[in-house]
Design a binder for this molecule. Sequence first.
Ligand code: SF4
Ligand code: SF4
Length: 116
Amino acid sequence: MSEESTHVITDKCADECYAACVDVCPVDCILPVPFPNEPFKKKPFMIIDPETCINCGLCLPECPIDAIVSSPEENPEAAKLNRDLVPDATEWQKQHGNWPTRPPNDPPHRPDNKLR
Ligand code: SF4
Ligand code: SF4
């Protein structure tokens, strides 16, 4: 599927990574990767591979902190980051597997994130 019509994970996910979205994705296109930029450099993060996402929308309501948006237009910077990190995330997942999941009611690590 083209980048124009895929869901996107924003940087709200950095250092949170509940991974609730991963379980519901029918095409396994949500991939783990260390966040590349400060202040969350190397913290757990997830991206959506825009080449594989079928835009089904199942992931969006699962995120306890609303870190997923339904189109690149809503956050072009995040869309670029998701796309750019696909090679790193693919390699990281091969070596390390997935991040551990957190219960959806676990309080966010970041003060700027709130449970929905
Ligand atoms: S559920 Fe939300 S915070 Fe957790 S990994 Fe998915 S996008 Fe990130
Ligand atoms: S929209 Fe569907 S296919 Fe795309 S990442 Fe979310 S659950 Fe996976």
